[in-house]
Design a protein around this ligand. Structure first.
Ligand SMILES: [Zn+2]
Length: 329
């Protein structure tokens, strides 16, 4: 599919750990002498991607089963440079993605502090720079993420680094990962305010699983520019009204929602989109990580059309919203 024959697309929600071609990760793992549990490439590909009826029961399973290996392989400056570069080039070649935001947690790439965090982040930025030299029509940016499983002091360091590298390619901050009792969104309010003041884009994974209380809190107290997933809002009319009022755009990821048991089936997914449309909530279509879910933006759009969830016109509207809500200026 030559890119020039398709409409320009945008991807706002993809994680580095789920976005790199398994063949590239296999190559990097061998070059770095990483001992893998699978000696055969096909077993390795199967280990880090989802196919057939594979489903995670929750986000904990996703992180323990899939992200562990990809993050380990990406944990060096060389690996992160090559990984990031490959995502921007691949997205353009495969789907004509001309606006791509990619997110990663730099502390899950520095072997528990063994590698220097600034080197990891800068290597990521060089990867992005090299990709845009090869593909000048692509606009790209990186979002630094904090995981709920991390203690607050580490989260603070990531926010500080995001502000430090703001003019070098870091465009936003995010919180993601499975729910933890030790995690408090309240403690991040001032950090998000600071990041917003510094000119960074704010997006937060919430309303994906767990209770809706966190999403209500995020909308009321942090007012992010965008929300990762957020599809649980369809259960709360007042919350949807707040999303519209505050012009918050959702980053939806349909296949990921099915694979991670966020939506039970296509019927439930259909209801989610119907409710969002009815209540005029702005949303975008994303992959959450094309390689892990064996999908891409083109396939996601085709799936939504073929399942009767969205029309071609509604998909074009989502693309327009994605370009408008991007943190890349
Ligand atoms: Zn995500």
């Amino acid at each position: 599919m030559p890119a020039k024959t398709t409409t320009p697309r945008a991807e706002l929600h993809a994680h580095l750990g789920s976005s790199v071609d398994p063949a590239i990760l296999w190559d990097i793992a061998h070059r770095q002498g990483i001992r893998l549990p699978s000696k055969n490439y096909w077993n390795f590909e199967d280990m880090i991607t989802m196919s057939g009826n594979e489903r995670n029961r929750n986000l904990d399973e996703l992180h323990n089963n899939y992200f562990y290996w990809t993050e380990l392989i990406q944990s060096s400056p060389e690996a992160i440079l090559e990984s990031i570069k490959s995502v921007f080039g691949g997205g353009y070649r495969k789907c004509n993605i001309v606006l791509q935001e990619l997110r990663f947690n730099p502390m899950f790439r520095n072997r528990g502090g063994e590698r220097d965090l600034d080197h990891i982040i800068m290597a990521g930025i060089w990867g992005l720079d090299q990709a845009t030299l090869e593909y000048p029509m692509v606009k790209g940016g990186l979002i630094l993420m904090v995981e709920r499983t991390q203690p607050l002091n580490l989260g603070k360091i990531i926010f500080t680094k995001a502000i430090k590298y703001k003019n070098r390619g870091i465009i936003g901050v995010d919180i993601a990962g499975p729910q933890r009792k030790s995690f408090s969104m309240k403690k991040y309010v001032s950090l998000f305010q600071e990041a917003k003041k510094a000119g960074l884009g704010i997006t937060i994974h919430t309303g994906e699983e767990g209770s809706l209380a966190e999403m209500r809190y995020v909308v009321a107290k942090i007012k992010p520019h965008r929300i990762g997933h957020g599809v649980m809002c369809v259960k709360d009319l007042a919350l949807m009204r707040e999303l519209v009022k505050n012009d918050i755009t959702l980053e939806t990821c349909p296949t990921s929602n099915l694979r991670n048991s966020i939506a039970k089936n296509v019927g439930e997914l259909k209801n989610i989109y119907k409710t969002l449309l009815k209540n005029k909530v702005k949303f975008t279509i994303n992959t959450d990580g094309p390689e892990m879910y064996r999908t891409n933006i083109h396939k996601e759009q085709e799936f939504l059309k073929k399942s009767g969830i969205l029309t071609a016109g509604q998909i074009a509207q989502c693309t327009k919203w994605a370009f408008e809500a991007s943190f890349i200026k």
